[in-house]
Design a protein around this ligand. Structure first.
Ligand SMILES: [Fe+2]
Ligand SMILES: [Fe+2]
Length: 190
């Protein structure tokens, strides 16, 4: 997480794909934020905000597919799927490996706090696999891809909100910023 998103894929509101240097929607980077934060989990929350900004780009891509040639559609779909696999799926894996066990530990014996978010990760993976399969078809269905992409971004927004409003407050109450950095943030590359 320390490195934040080193995105090669960004999409403008008009739906074109571009590098971060040309997108015009430069994400907020944690490196630009002050070191001292109000909450121990602030760096994690900023990372979520950065990902959410890119989810807006995924939505814009899904809308733009309608006006694109089949060749452009295939390129756009592949860019969206690459982003989702490299950043969303990887982020979820890091959470299950690092963040969620710490939330379980800090929320006490018998806590089931991470059971639902873990199941949501499985749904997220399924939707990414559906998009990947569609983008790999010789003649992909752009309308079906768009619909699934919108479903996925909606689910992700809700999922992130649950993590920020239900899981992270547990750590804000029980950990110091230094502990959170050492035990969670430093161990999460995505
Ligand atoms: Fe998650
Ligand atoms: Fe997350």
């Amino acid at each position: 997480m320390r490195a934040m998103l080193s995105l090669a894929i960004l999409v403008t509101a008009a739906g074109c794909a571009a590098t971060s240097a040309t997108c015009g929607h430069e994400p907020v980077s944690a490196h630009n934020q002050p070191e001292s934060t109000a909450l121990p989990t602030d760096a994690f929350r900023r990372h979520h905000a950065e990902i959410i900004e890119h989810l807006d780009h995924i939505d814009a891509m899904a809308v733009a597919l309608r006006g694109q040639s089949p060749e452009e559609q295939r390129r756009t779909m592949r860019r969206a799927v690459t982003f989702l696999k490299e950043h969303i799926a990887a982020h979820a894996a890091d959470e299950e490996r690092v963040l969620y066990p710490v939330v379980q530990r800090e929320s006490g014996p018998g806590s089931q706090l991470t059971a639902v978010p873990i199941y949501e990760h499985r749904i997220i993976e399924r939707l990414i696999a559906t998009l990947d399969k569609e983008a790999s078809q010789p003649t992909p269905d752009a309308a079906a891809f768009s619909l699934t992409a919108h479903h996925l971004t909606g689910l992700l927004l809700g999922h992130f909100e649950i993590e920020e409003r239900v899981l992270l407050p547990v750590l804000d109450k029980t950990m110091t910023p230094e502990q959170f950095q050492r035990e969670v943030a430093d161990k999460m590359p995505h």
